[in-house]
Design a protein around this ligand. Structure first.
Ligand code: HXC
Length: 261
């Protein structure tokens, strides 16, 4: 990892996790193309690094991210331009990462910021977090999952209300609706997210990846297809050294020593 001129800061910890911090605080971490490319690149480096088991993505100050970069998007003037460039298509790189990603949201997660948080696997929010899809106020609609992942997270009526009114959900409302897994006091969201990532990092990496893949598959498949997919991956764990180790350790009443293989 290089450390100069960083739009995304990387803190690689000996506990087997990396903390990635979005770093455009003056623009409330508006997600420019270059920032999202840097984030994808760093997450791909985490995926490729055998010493790392999970990642945390967080923001700075009062924003996780206040959305895609409105000024940058405004420089595209026509449908033909944005279609040709396939604007924002590269954002899907985040959801191709195989290692678990925990989002620590301490402030605004709006538009593309909310969509980025939803592309992560677990969202931990501080009491000051705010979630919303305000694109309608700009005369556009969500473009990276705000009409798709949000409905799966909080149901149609609430998702529709957020998308059609542009209003925000407080952290407490987001927790009640099921968008976030936990709300913690202001300033403690990163520690809480790191603790969750470290807990995951303590288990077998291939098993955690299979579990993540299965849970995410449920968003794309019918129940019957999902159950079949799950059964196949469950059986596949019998091909892992760590499955054998986990079972043998239980039977021998000792702690497992994961080989991550
Ligand atoms: C570019 C942004 C930005 C954004 C904030 N800024 N959000 N720049 N893109 N999404 C910049 C502001 O222009 C300003 O820069 C600086 O950050 C501080 O913002 P303020 O507005 O002065 O802060 P504040 O008054 O505290 O208001 C915070 C806020 C507001 C409520 C979050 O900034 C806001 O409404 N932002 C836009 C939120 C939004 O619409 N997001 C969705 C984007 S569309 P200067 O230089 O003036 O100081 C989107 C498209 C999705 O995400 C399609 C697919 C991704």
């Amino acid at each position: 990892f290089s450390s100069s001129e960083e739009l995304v800061l990387v803190d690689r910890r000996s506990s087997g996790i990396a903390v990635l911090t979005l770093n455009r605080p003056k623009a409330l971490n508006a997600l420019s193309d270059s920032l999202m490319r840097a984030l994808a690149e760093k997450l791909q480096q985490v995926d490729a690094d055998a010493a790392l088991k999970a990642a945390v993505v967080t923001g700075t100050g009062k924003a996780f991210a206040a959305g895609a970069d409105i000024k940058e998007m405004n420089s595209r003037s026509s449908y033909s331009d944005v279609r040709h460039d396939n604007m924002l298509a590269h954002w899907s790189a985040v959801s191709s990462i195989r290692k678990p990603i925990v989002a620590a949201v301490g402030g605004f997660a709006l538009g593309g910021g909310c969509e980025l948080a939803m592309s992560c696997d677990i969202i931990i929010a501080s009491q000051a977090a705010k979630f919303g899809q305000p694109e309608i106020k700009l005369g556009t609609i969500p473009g990276v999952g705000g009409t798709q992942r949000l409905i799966r997270a909080i149901g149609k009526s609430k998702a529709m209300e957020l998308v059609l009114t542009g209003e925000m959900l407080s952290a407490e409302e987001a927790e009640k609706a099921g968008l976030v897994s936990r709300v913690v006091p202001v300033g403690t969201e990163l520690d809480a997210a790191v603790a969750v990532a470290e807990k995951i990092a303590g288990f077998s990496t291939p098993v955690a990846q299979l579990a993540k893949e299965c849970v995410n598959a449920s968003q794309e498949m019918s129940l019957a297809e999902g159950l079949r997919f799950e059964r196949h991956l469950f059986h596949a764990t019998w091909g892992l050294e760590d499955r054998k180790e986990g079972f043998e350790a239980f039977v021998a009443k000792r702690s497992p020593e994961w080989k991550h293989r």
